[in-house]
Each structure stands twice: as C-alpha cells, then as structure tokens.
Design a protein around this ligand. Sequence first.
Ligand code: SPV
Ligand code: MG
Length: 272
Amino acid sequence: MKTAIAAHNAFTAKIVSSLGFDLVWGSSLEISTAYCLPDASIVSFDSVLRVAKEMVENSSVPVLMDCDSGYGNEVNVFYYFQELKKAGVKAVCIEDNIFPKQNSFYEGTRLLEEAQAFARKIVMAKRIFNGPDEFVVARTEALIQGMGVEEALRRATIYADAGADYVMPHSKQSTPDEIFEFSKLWKGKTKLVSVPSKYPQVTRAELESNGYDLVIYANHTVRTIKRALETTLPRILEAGTSAPIEKEIAPISEILAITGEDKVKELEAMSA
Ligand code: SPV
Ligand code: MG
C-alpha cells in the first residue's frame, strides 16, 4: 500500500517528501489555490509545468502529477505529457471530466467525456509514461456524478483495457461504502486508488483490506498551511511581540538550510 501526499510548489514538495510518504501528489486543487484561482482548468499548462519541474527538483520521492482531464484531447496529451516527462515527472493522473474541468466537489452536475474518447488519452499517456518506474492513473468521476457503481465499473474496465496502471473511482460520499462496493465487484487486475477527501475516517489498513493499493491525501498540505497561518500569526498582533510563537514556529536556521545556505558557502569556497 502506497501513500501520496499533496504539494503545490518547491517548498511544500521539499518538506512533505521528507516525511515518509511514498509519492508527492501534484494536486490541481493545491496548485490552483496557490495562485488563488479556481480549480477549473484556469491555471495555464506553462504554469503547471513550471510547478511540476520545481517540485521534481526538490522532492526526494517520485512526483505523481494531477493532470485534470489531460488539457484537451489525446493530441494535447501527447505534447503536454512529453513536457512533464522531460521535467522528471514519474506518473500522471487523468480524469474523465470534460475540458475545462471543475473540481469534483463543486456544486452541480456535469457531463463526463465519452469513455472511448477518454481511453484514447490513456493510450497516449501510456505511450509516454512507459518506463519501469512510471505509471498512469485513470480516474473516473462516475460516482461523483451520481452515475452509480455499475457505470464506474464499466468505465474503469475500458480505462484498464486501454493500459492504465491504476484506476481511481473518485467519490464524494461521507463513507467509503461505494468505493468498497466498487472494489468488491472489480474483476480487473489493474490496481485501485482511493482519495478519501470526503470520507477521512477510513484507515489505510481498511483501504488495503478492501483492495486499494494507493491512497492519496490530496489537499491536506494547503489545508494545514491555511489553518497554521490563521491560528499562529494573529498572536503576534495580540501579544504585541512575536515572542510567544517563536518556540512553535521553525527557526530561521531551518529556513536557511532548506533553501541551500550550505551551497552558497560551497560555491564561494570553490571560486576563492
Ligand atoms: C486534487 O487534489 O486536485 C484532486 C483531488 O483532484 S480532489 O480535489 O480531492 O478532488
Ligand atoms: Mg485535481
């Protein structure tokens, strides 16, 4: 059972990749949030690529990029995914939302891409991410759109047949019941992914015993940061000094270390 944790830039990728997780999830929600933009295919591919590159350069574990609906059709996938691979991304996830996508937890219902059209993107993604340590995750939004477990299974079967290494039945229910029903009925050999954003009470052990191979904590980094900033920083104003929080926040030395203070000294010594 592997565990992925979200990141949205170099700084967060460097920190979260050092905490024992197996993968960094380049979350579209987190990256959009870092730009204060909606998670709705608004952030340009160039920006996503830049973030992917800086996360790869700073992560000590492989980066699995959330590529929304693949930024268009299979032709877009061909061009864009080659760039992600060149940047050092090891794995990609695409979902069967229609471009422009919207975050799964936005209100309202949306049509999904026709399954065979989506399968062509998976075939193309696999042509690019075909190395031994590379993989492609195919995510279906069928459960999110209330289409039922049968439709999720039908779609997942088509995506697995197209070559996906993992399939992800995303769910917005408050219990894992429907994703457990999915895995019980899953006849494919392709491995399964869970994103328990809306059913956080589920444990990794329960997911594993119900047939899941990868769990993604997809938005927990940006949520942790927001709360930490909001609860800690106002105390400077209340106390009229930063003294009460100094012991709770990272010392400046840790910040200098993470940004490469040693390297500056090393380079200076080399040229002296
Ligand atoms: C993301 O992290 O951007 C995801 C997962 O796609 S979620 O927002 O939980 O749908
Ligand atoms: Mg996303």
